[in-house]
Design a protein. Sequence first.
Length: 366
Amino acid sequence: MKPFLILQLERYAERLAELDFLLSREDIMADMAQFLKLSREHADVAAVAQRYARYKQRQSDLQAARDMQAELPETDEMHTLAGEEVAQAEQEIAALESELQRMLLPKDPQDARNAFVEIRAGTGGDESALFAGDLLRMYTRYAQNQGWKVELMSESPSELGGYKEVVLRIEGEGTFGQLRFESGGHRVQRVPATETQGRIHTSACTVAVLAEPDEAQAVQINPADLRIDTFRASGAGGQHINKTDSAVRITHIPTGIVAECQDDRSQHRNKAKALQVLAARIEEKARSEQAAKDAAMRKGLIGSGDRSDRIRTYNFPQGRLTDHRINLTLYKLTFIMEGDLQDVIAALQSERQAEQLAELEVGGAA
């Protein structure tokens, strides 16, 4: 393991001893807020320190086994047993190194939050709207496979099926952390159902994944900065068409950010949902602006919906998905469109972890 990582791990062991002392003090135990804060830190630090202690123990075991091997003839039964211990220790040490590296990576508190997934049709007209519907199905299936709860916040159906725009709220453990890299331009190449000559068309959609604001830390929105419009919900017709102005559109005047909801028959509930989405969009705007000021590279920026602005291509004739950010190509498009996104998401997370580890190494060398 690299020296800068060892240094970091030694600090965890030192900090654990400090926390053990602090949590034994009567004045700390009497202050419940401080006690809970230190207890949470203790749990996090202890998890790393304990794995590091195991790592050091196995390093010691490995050296002892190697020394025994060196002292004994190959015909000795203990030499063979020592060889087996060397192999086992090396295997466990390698696994512990990978685990400890992951544990040292900085955690984004937003990763644990629920997420809003916004899908908008871009270039390609009706075919783009149909593809937006396919993406909606893909994310919904993936969320269901993960045991997450999916709620339709707003939708704008297209005339031939699919959606001009649709917004989902996905609730579950680590939702935003898994879906955050889906933001960007998604391009599809396939023969549309309306194509009579069998030609392949290219269309595009944009996806934006936003972290649901933490209620305790959510941006404060001044009601005076809001313009609230109500209107009659549109839809496919039938007995559920609203007879009243239950749909709600909210505009945040200072930023021009708009959110609307017409999915519920209750104007009150539509307003509450629209405010949730609005707060998420305002928070995302503030976050991305801060990231730009800090000259941080934000992966998967939301694009314009143009064909050339893409993070991923879905090629149906070849059954191929390509994520252009990490040069990942998978020939299992049928399964992916049914929600089997795990390989894609795992690859994107691994790439991000590699970037974070490189950043950590630079910081450790500084």
